[in-house]
Design a protein around this ligand. Structure first.
Ligand code: PNS
Length: 163
């Protein structure tokens, strides 16, 4: 049983996240999409809302034999991965600028939990500039983000902004 976690803030999930999930499907039997509950950050969506949005968009992913689960966690990613008996942490790399941050996290996570490998997958070129923060910023300022985030996410952001 090859179980991985795909940790992140997912505030909100983007098509870049879905691209990484799709790419990791053939590699694992089970992937837990793990939403970080970070009280230090001021997210647009609560952890429950983010999990709900992911639950709404996952049926659009042709998951084949791989089981996709959604969970949230607080504290260390390495601890969560160990608690879930995962053997891998999946992370997406969009551009070389992601590498340094990701390398530091991977090495620290390896030190914390030497049995768990970080697996890096390269995002599709068309999502190489897509980040949750950029999507929020552009959307809030009235720019077009279709094709970069799922339609559900756009609808939830519109609801959020309109109160
Ligand atoms: O989507 P993000 O914000 O790039 O994801 C970052 C995340 C959640 C993977 C990272 O911040 C994280 O692992 N946070 C949990 C706390 C932790 O384990 N910190 C040490 C990482 S070496």
């Amino acid at each position: 049983m090859r179980r991985a976690i795909f940790p992140g803030s997912f505030d909100p999930p983007t098509n870049g996240h879905l691209d990484i999930i799709r790419r990791s499907l053939p590699l694992f039997d089970e992937i837990i999409i793990a939403v970080l509950n970070n009280p230090e950050k001021k997210p647009m969506f609560t952890v429950e809302e983010r999990c709900g949005i992911i639950r709404e968009i996952l049926p659009g992913v042709e998951n084949g034999k791989c089981r996709l689960l959604i969970d949230s966690f607080s504290g260390l990613t390495a601890d969560f991965a160990r608690r879930k008996s995962a053997t891998a942490i999946v992370r997406g790399i969009r551009a070389i600028s992601d590498y340094e941050y990701e390398l530091r996290m991977a090495l620290m996570n390896r030190r914390l939990e030497p049995t768990i490998e970080t697996v890096f997958l390269m995002a599709a070129e068309e999502y190489s500039y897509v980040s949750s923060n950029l999507m929020k910023q552009v959307f809030i300022l009235g720019g077009r983000v279709e094709g970069l985030i799922p339609a559900t996410v756009e609808a939830r952001m519109r609801e959020k902004l309109n109160g």
